[in-house]
Design a binder for this molecule. Structure first.
Ligand code: SAM
Length: 329
C-alpha cells in the first residue's frame, strides 16, 4: 500500500471518537494490515534477544522479576521470558489492547515452531523448566476472554492496563529487568525520559534494562518504494500532520538520541547491538533530502535503523557495571 494512502486513512480514523476509532482500526489491521498475519515470530525472537543481551553480562532469566512496558495486543515477549525461566512478568500498557484470541493464536504459533524455538531457548534456560512450561502452554490451548486472567496468572504474567509506565504503582528497586520491544520509537522524546526515570526507580541496583527499538520509517514496512529514512525529510510540523496521530506516531530519534536520553535518566549503556541498513546508507550517500533538523550527522549513525541496548543504573563511577565505556557490536 502506498504510504500516503495509509497515512490518510490513519489520520481520518484518528479523528473519530476513540470508542469508534479503536475497534475500526483493529478491524482494518486484521483484514488489511499487520494483524492479518500477526508476527508472533518477531516477539518470541525478541525474548531470545533479551536473553542473549543478558547472557553477555552472565545474567540468566531464571527467577527474575521482569517489567515489560508497552504490552500491545499479545503477551508473546512475556511468555518467551517465562518459558526461559523468569518468575514473573509485570506488563503495563497505557491502553488496554490485549486480546485473548491473539494470545491463543500465539500458543498455536509456539506449538508449530517449537522444534526451531526449543533449541534456541535452551541456550538460556533450564531444560526441565522449559519443557514443563511448554507442556503447560500446550495444555492451555483454547484461551478465551473468560479464561484470559486465570491463564495469565498461571504463567506469571501480571497485566496492568491502563497504566502509564512513567507512573508505576511498583515499589522502589523491586524489578530485576525492565524491557521494551518496539515501543520507545512511538513515544515522544520527553515522555521517554520520564518512562526511563521511573524504570530506574523500580529497578534493583544490580538490575538491567533491555530496550529494542526500530528507528526506521515505519511507512517503509508496507511501501517498499520508500527509503527507510524517508521521514527525515520533513519538518516537525509537517511530520506531525502526516503521522502525528495515535495510530502511527513515530518520534524519528536516531540511536544516538536515545543513548543521550538513557544517560539523562541516570542509566549507562553497557552494551548495544545496532543494525545499520545498507539501503538507508546508500540513500543518504546518494543525497536523500534531509530536513535541516537532521543534517550534519554522520550517515553511518543516521543509517542505524534498529538497536538492542542493555542498560544498567548509573550509580556513580565506582558502582556502574563495566565503567563508562559502552561496547558496540
Ligand atoms: C507499537 S506498540 C508495541 C506493542 C508490543 N510491544 C508489540 O511488540 O507488539 C507500543 C505500545 O506501547 C504502549 N505505550 C506507549 N506509551 C506508553 C506508556 N507511557 N506506558 C505504557 N505503555 C505505553 C502503547 O499503548 C502500545 O501498545
Amino acid at each position: 500500500m502506498k504510504w500516503y494512502v495509509k497515512a490518510l486513512v490513519q489520520n481520518a480514523i484518528a479523528q473519530l471518537p476513540a470508542p469508534v476509532a479503536d475497534p475500526l482500526y483493529f478491524q482494518l489491521q486484521r483484514r488489511l494490515g499487520e494483524l492479518r498475519n500477526p508476527r508472533f515470530d518477531m516477539r518470541f525472537n525478541a525474548a531470545l534477544e533479551v536473553a542473549e543481551a543478558l547472557a553477555e553480562a552472565d545474567v540468566k532469566l531464571a527467577g527474575k522479576r521482569v517489567l515489560e512496558v508497552g504490552t500491545g495486543r499479545t503477551v508473546d515477549l512475556p511468555l518467551g521470558l517465562w518459558l526461559m525461566g523468569a518468575d514473573e512478568v509485570v506488563t503495563v500498557d497505557i491502553t488496554r489492547l490485549l486480546r485473548a484470541d491473539l494470545v491463543d493464536a500465539a500458543i498455536g504459533y509456539l506449538e508449530r515452531s517449537w522444534s526451531d524455538l526449543r533449541p534456541r531457548m535452551l541456550a538460556y534456560a533450564d531444560a526441565d523448566t522449559l519443557d514443563e512450561r511448554f507442556a503447560f502452554l500446550r495444555a492451555a490451548r483454547g484461551v478465551d476472554d473468560d479464561g484470559l486472567n486465570a491463564f495469565l496468572g498461571r504463567v506469571g504474567i501480571d497485566y496492568r492496563a491502563p497504566s502509564d509506565a512513567a507512573r508505576l504503582s511498583l515499589p522502589d528497586e523491586s524489578i530485576d529487568l525492565h524491557v521494551t520491544f518496539v515501543v520507545l520509537q512511538h513515544v515522544p522524546p520527553e515522555p521517554i525520559v520520564n518512562i526511563l526515570r521511573e524504570g530506574r526507580r523500580v529497578l534493583r541496583r544490580d538490575g538491567h534494562m533491555v530496550h529494542i527499538a526500530n528507528t526506521g520509517d515505519h511507512f517503509a514496512h508496507a511501501d517498499p518504494s520508500l527509503s527507510p529514512l524517508h521521514f527525515l525529510r520533513y519538518s516537525e510540523r509537517q511530520w506531525d500532520l502526516i503521522a502525528g496521530n495515535r495510530f502511527m506516531y513515530q518520534n524519528r530519534m536516531r540511536a544516538d538520541d536515545y543513548y543521550a536520553r538513557f544517560e539523562a535518566a541516570g542509566l549507562s549503556v553497557a552494551h548495544t547491538k545496532e543494525r545499520m541498513d545498507d539501503r538507508a546508507l546508500s540513500d543518504l550517500r546518494a543525497g536523500l533530502p534531509l530536513h535541516a533538523d537532521f543534517r550534519g550527522r554522520p550517515a553511518e549513525r543516521d543509517a542505524v535503523i534498529r538497536f538492542t541496548a542493555r542498560l544498567v543504573r548509573d550509580d556513580g563511577p565506582d558502582e556502574a557495571e563495566g565503567g563508562s565505556e559502552a561496547e558496540t557490536s
